[in-house]
Design a protein. Structure first.
Length: 186
């Protein structure tokens, strides 16, 4: 599972978070079965330690992304992703453990400190649309691989989606304009 993918082929893999969460889930399971006061105290300690670890990883990822030579960063607007999920218990558990809001907040404040901007893009069809020809088909994506049935384009599905988000961000920025006052000289 990738935590973040940039359109310039940079992947931020969630393997270390997955391993740490699995380790703490195993410990949590053992401690919860005991039910003693000391076990409950250890459970709280483990939860805090896990939260700090995930926060640190999000800080590192956001710092790396913000230090790239871009002035604007386009992110998927994932505000209602948890409501829409109907892909089974395991997927829902992984989704609820993913702290995408925290990562977005870190990106926003770090970008603002450097005079850069973060914009949010509608994520609909970003993983089904071909970043090369624009064809949208659900069958184009199979797991982590993307193969366009229209033009034959092959790519990692997350990278294809990130390029679609980048293109949507560019078109969103090109639609923005500032009204110039009409000043007449006397």
């Amino acid at each position: 599972m990738n935590i973040a993918v940039c359109s310039n082929n940079v992947f931020f893999n969630g393997k270390q978070i997955k391993n740490v969460r699995a380790k703490y889930a195993f410990l949590r399971q053992k401690l919860q079965s005991k039910g003693t006061k000391s076990a409950k105290r250890l459970l709280r300690k483990i939860s805090r330690k896990e939260r700090r670890f995930v926060t640190d990883v999000n800080h590192c990822i956001s710092k790396t992304i913000v230090n790239m030579s871009h002035d604007v960063f386009a992110l998927e607007d994932l505000t209602s992703i948890r409501v829409q999920s109907r892909k089974g218990k395991e997927f829902t558990r992984k989704l609820n453990n993913w702290s995408f809001y925290q990562l977005a907040q870190f990106l926003e404040y770090k970008a603002e400190a450097l005079g850069k901007a973060v914009i949010y893009i509608d994520p609909r069809y970003s993983s089904q649309k071909c970043s090369k020809c624009g064809d949208i088909r659900k069958s184009n994506r199979k797991g982590s691989s993307y193969h366009c049935k229209a033009c034959g384009f092959d790519m990692h599905s997350d990278l294809n989606a990130s390029r679609n988000i980048a293109q949507a961000g560019i078109s969103c920025l090109s639609r923005l304009h500032v009204n110039q006052p009409n000043v007449e000289t006397v």
